[in-house]
Design a protein around this ligand. Structure first.
Ligand SMILES: [Zn+2]
Length: 421
């Protein structure tokens, strides 16, 4: 078995067709952000590469000269980035297909549940008609799961349902794409949270982005779609597998004079402000492609660790990624959007929230200065503030947070994966 089917799908209401228009949002390369303590050897091994290959790809002359936060290109289609726990996941064994006489790339792609473009890009084939008998093709793992048939076709006007990524993990984002031959509007429920799907292509495509809360146990969870079209209302249900991810633990010493900020009531009140601002669904999309990094600095603390605080029983999940930038260094908008919060909060200090549309929000905490105000539209790459140490901190850093459909998730997934556009 070259890769595991992490998403098993059981059709409850109606059988679903296999005619899936799978997308391949990544090219054959993704980004790995170097974590503290990682060596080039670790990274190469985790991605099934030799050190030399990885060094060549990144123009690294001295393999000992990598640094925390450095972005390395890795030639893989389904490698999640960032968290050190990713490094220990076994890579699937490569599978090859030997082209037989008369076979087309399309036939081979179909056989392995791939798009022609995914198969072509995995093999650096620019013209899909130019394959030859005896050629050895690398079969990349499928990135997403099509909801597969239990016999009957999808109910009209639905043409396909795709779930991405194939392996959904807690603390991560997921996407459900429905295509149809006539306009549809789609809402649904996953992990007991309602979601609204955005519309594209004249409502022939509906795309829902959801966040899987950190701590969601491994298991099968129902996913429900409510689809309305000119044919009326339809409900589809399927089961989706979520895999638990091992996040690390951290012990935090808060600066002495700020221990009052550990009061759980303070926490809850402030979190409620964020919930109000960062949970609404905006049908307009301002982001597209990969997100940039919000600071030119190394990551000092990854998303998802369980934190305990000195002199307190308080435990908190770290709901963002920390960048250890020098005080005063710039904070850069990693994607375009509209500023919906620009305030000074007790715990988060000088804070900014950007609405990127489709239920995607990013937050920037502990700033020394803020250069944007509520209502302002910022384009990707704009400097929106400066790194500081305001709020509940142990030192200057940027805390970068990303919410999807009201759930804080790992923002670094968005630096390596284009969820839309
Ligand atoms: Zn943080």
């Amino acid at each position: 078995m070259r890769f595991k089917f992490f998403i098993s799908l059981i059709i409850i209401v109606i059988g679903l067709g296999a005619a899936s228009a799978q997308e391949t949002p990544l090219s054959g390369v993704t980004i790995h952000v170097v974590q503290r303590g990682e060596t080039l050897f670790d990274i190469a091994r985790a991605h099934g590469l030799t050190i030399q290959a990885l060094a060549d790809l990144n123009n690294i002359a001295n393999p000992n000269s990598i640094f925390v936060g450095q972005r390395l290109l890795v030639p893989s289609r389904n490698v999640a980035i960032a968290a050190p726990t990713d490094a220990v996941q076994p890579m699937p064994t490569p599978v090859f297909h030997i082209v037989r006489s008369g076979e087309t790339l399309f036939q081979i792609a179909q056989r392995y549940g791939l798009t022609v473009s995914a198969l072509a890009s995995a093999n650096s084939i620019s013209d899909p008609s130019l394959i030859y008998s005896g050629q050895r093709l690398l079969i990349p793992p499928r990135e997403s799961a099509a909801v597969e048939s239990a016999g009957a076709p999808l109910p009209s006007p639905l043409m396909s349902i795709e779930i991405y990524p194939r392996r959904i993990q807690d603390g991560q984002s997921a996407r459900f794409t429905l295509t149809a031959s006539a306009p549809i509007t789609v809402t649904g429920i996953f992990l007991n949270r309602a979601f609204v799907a955005a519309s594209e292509n004249g409502s022939l495509t509906a795309i829902a982005l959801v966040g899987v809360p950190v701590g969601t146990a491994s298991g099968e969870y129902p996913l429900q779609f409510n689809i309305s079209s000119s044919r009326g209302q339809q409900r589809l249900e399927t089961m989706v597998r979520v895999e638990g991810k091992a996040y690390r633990r951290e012990f935090i010493n808060v600066l002495g004079d700020r221990t009052s900020l550990l009061d759980p009531a303070t926490d809850e009140a402030e979190l409620n402000i964020l919930r109000t601002v960062m949970s609404a669904f905006n049908p307009e999309r301002y982001f597209g492609g990969l997100m940039g990094l919000p600071a030119a600095a190394g990551i000092s603390s990854p998303f998802g660790s369980l934190r305990t605080y000195a002199g307190s029983d308080l435990q908190r999940i770290h709901t963002g990624t920390d960048f250890a930038g020098a005080p005063g260094s710039p904070i850069i908008a990693p994607a375009s959007g509209r500023v919906v919060l620009a305030d000074t909060l007790n715990i988060r200090g000088v804070a900014t929230v950007i609405d990127h549309g489709w239920g995607i929000y990013t937050g920037y905490w502990h700033q020394s200065e803020r250069y944007v105000s509520v209502g302002e539209f910022v384009t990707m790459g704009r400097i929106i503030g400066a790194i500081g140490s305001t709020g509940r901190v142990t030192g200057a850093h940027l805390h970068w947070e990303l919410w999807v459909n009201g759930v804080p998730v790992d923002p670094m997934q968005w630096v390596g994966t284009a969820f839309a556009g």
